[in-house]
Design a protein around this ligand. Sequence first.
Ligand code: FAD
Ligand code: FES
Length: 373
Amino acid sequence: MPSLVTMPRSLAARIATFNLSKPYPITIPRPNGPSKRWGQSPTALVQRHVRVVDVIRETDDAVTLELETTDGRPVEFRAGQYLTHCFDIGGVTIKRAYSICDAEGDRLACTVKSIDGGEVSGFVHRGVAVGYEYTVLGPSGDFALPQDDSVPLAFLAAGSGITPVISMIETALRRSPSRDISLVYASRRQTEIIFARRLQALVAKHPQLRVVHVLSQPEPGWSGERGRLTGQRAAALLAPERSTEVFLCGPMELMDATAAALPIEPDRIHRERFYAAPQHTCTVPTEPQALEFRASGRKVTQRPGETILDAGLRSGLRLDFSCTVGGCAACKIRVIRGAVTIDEPNCLSDQERADGYILSCSAYAQESAVLDA
Ligand SMILES: Cc1cc2nc3c(=O)[nH]c(=O)nc-3n(C[C@H](O)[C@H](O)[C@H](O)COP(=O)(O)OP(=O)(O)OC[C@H]3O[C@@H](n4cnc5c(N)ncnc54)[C@H](O)[C@@H]3O)c2cc1C
Ligand code: FES
């Protein structure tokens, strides 16, 4: 099989497109640049075995998994970070990122919203019960509170985008109970508001916290904001001061439009995108393949089904990675020689592809390969 990374860009792009079973965009935007939001997390290398100790139904289509580590050691995380959850589904390990939804220092919990046809969210909703054990990686991510506990904060969340946001709001209020915080939260209906009671309790306790729910399809009797949330409207409802740090977690178009409408310096606007994880759009090799990591001089065998990252880590190489689901580029390495294919969608830019880069977490050597790592 020809290498996607050594052939001309246009041809590589065409093959990648032909491999797609669904019309994915080829590139996941990295809105804050290659490494600011997506910088390598120092804790991302940590792999922990966890047990589900409670399953809490938040709404008809959202459940929270409360977790404990099987070795009893706590997982330290910053509010806003996520864990990469590795579920064994039908004998295959499938990974997805889920943000931690509790305040720093609290229990470890993640909330999963069911998505139509969603492989992992469907599995969690149907098959995960108290006692279920699996592995998580991380925590990872730089969607985090500023160091300065006095700056005002404003949050925009839509749907399951509330998960990192509630963790950040609760953490911020614990550090500084009278902090100025606004949240604009878009949901479809009242019954679909995730953490409605938790938010209500926070508002009752902290008068400086302002929560505005915007419902696109409210039930009769709803007296709050309604209708489609545009960027202009979100910016007006957030009403930030010049010094406010703004955090956005929702659909890409809404985040872009809101960022454009906010009278705030771009470096004060932070985004978390719940992009779709890459699907197995390329052929997964069924034979072992020899990998040579040029920088370290190590030779490693990639077993059938393993990604290049899996093979390297299993062999004890210290390779950079963070999300493991194709969205951060922390695991980006250049292929010097050999045919390597990558699952799509992923966050490699056209230029990175043309320069021969792959994401080791989502890539498979189809023949012997030499890598610049
Ligand atoms: C950093 C990060 C944090 C995340 N945190 C959370 C969280 O706290 N809670 C949560 O519920 N989800 C979160 N997600 C999304 C989550 O990782 C999965 O993408 C989501 O659960 C869908 O996975 P699935 O296997 O069910 O769907 P898949 O089988 O992967 O996809 C099924 C279909 O749904 C589409 N799709 C996939 N993901 C989405 C999406 N997010 N929105 C709309 N369509 C989608 C796919 O393109 C596909 O057509 C987060 C994602 C990232 C990158
Ligand atoms: S670890 Fe994030 S893209 Fe590979």
